[in-house]
Write a protein that binds this ligand. Structure first.
Ligand code: NAD
Ligand code: ZN
Length: 253
């Protein structure tokens, strides 16, 4: 399904666009979504591993799950969807990316503003004293490591039941409230509070566009749903917007 003319019209006059992304935008880079975990870890639900109680009870098991995810993510490259969001920056005055992903692929693609709501799997910190450990060698170690304080070193990602990084959610709320067009891309829109952002954007007057091959709880709030994979859909949005701007120039204020 293609973007509507109304969407392209709105983008042609938009000052601020926000793109809220989930695991689906990285699926085409070979990073599995939570619903499609494959191999070794299928017998675990992510909720059972991605929480602090699991880590305290069995740090080595949780660490190994993250090492398996890291092995995939460190080899992954941004795809057409990530790149299209970078290209949008040439066409629209302000583009913010708000992501639930922990893979760092928006930054790798070159997006200038990336708000990471759930942390980044490329970093670590001590569960006990919170000291940061940015040494890349840790990303490849099989055994969970101890901090000088005796605590265990864990990935810098937000686990179920934990707070979002200070300031990140507030910034995301501001971007949602200010957006003329708000895209919700490749997210099942069920993990709160992040999933509340698209609704906040709509309430503040944004035109809400969902890009997802499947319907989600957000679909009924969306002004438009593009039932397609994110790479193809976003590339088409950029192409049509380029053509529109070339034909008519930027409209509005
Ligand atoms: P999710 O796994 O719950 O949902 C993924 C969504 O993407 C689904 O609705 C699916 O229909 C859609 N999808 C699948 N392929 C797609 C494609 N090619 N194009 C567009 N959409 C596609 O993921 P979520 O909503 O991000 O929430 C779960 C949590 O999982 C998040 O907190 C996130 O941190 C974490 N997570 C992150 C990664 C990553 O960093 N790449 C991977 C898995 C899970
Ligand atoms: Zn410590």
């Amino acid at each position: 399904m293609s973007p509507s003319q109304e969407l392209i019209d709105r983008l042609a006059s938009a000052r601020r666009v926000a793109a809220f992304t989930g695991a689906g935008i990285s699926a085409e880079s070979g990073v599995a979504t939570f619903r499609a975990q494959d191999g070794l870890w299928t017998r675990f639900k992510p909720e059972e591993l991605a929480n602090v109680d699991a880590f305290l009870a069995n740090p080595q098991m949780v660490w190994e799950w993250y090492q398996a995810r890291r092995a995939v993510i460190l080899e992954a490259e941004p795809n057409a969807g990530h790149r299209a969001l970078v290209e949008l920056e040439r066409l629209i005055p302000s583009v913010s990316v708000i992501t639930q992903n922990i893979d760092g692929l928006h930054t790798a693609a070159g997006s200038s503003e990336v708000i990471e709501l759930h942390g980044n799997i490329r970093r670590n910190y001590c569960q006990q004293c919170r000291r940061r450990y940015d040494d890349e060698a840790l990303l490849h170690l099989k055994a969970v490591q101890a901090c000088e304080c005796g605590g265990k070193i864990r990935p810098d990602v937000v686990w179920f039941g934990e707070n979002l990084p200070a300031g990140a959610f507030e910034r995301a709320e501001h971007r949602a409230e200010a957006a003329d067009v708000f895209f919700s891309i490749g997210t099942s829109a069920v993990v709160y509070p992040a999933a509340g952002l698209p609704v906040l954007a709509v309430q503040a007057g944004a035109y809400l566009v969902e890009i997802n091959p499947e319907a989600t709880p957000l679909t009924r709030y969306a002004n438009e749903s593009i039932r397609s994979t994110s790479g193809a859909a976003l590339a088409e949005v950029v192409l049509q917007l380029c053509n529109r701007l070339a034909a008519g120039g930027r409209s509005g204020n």
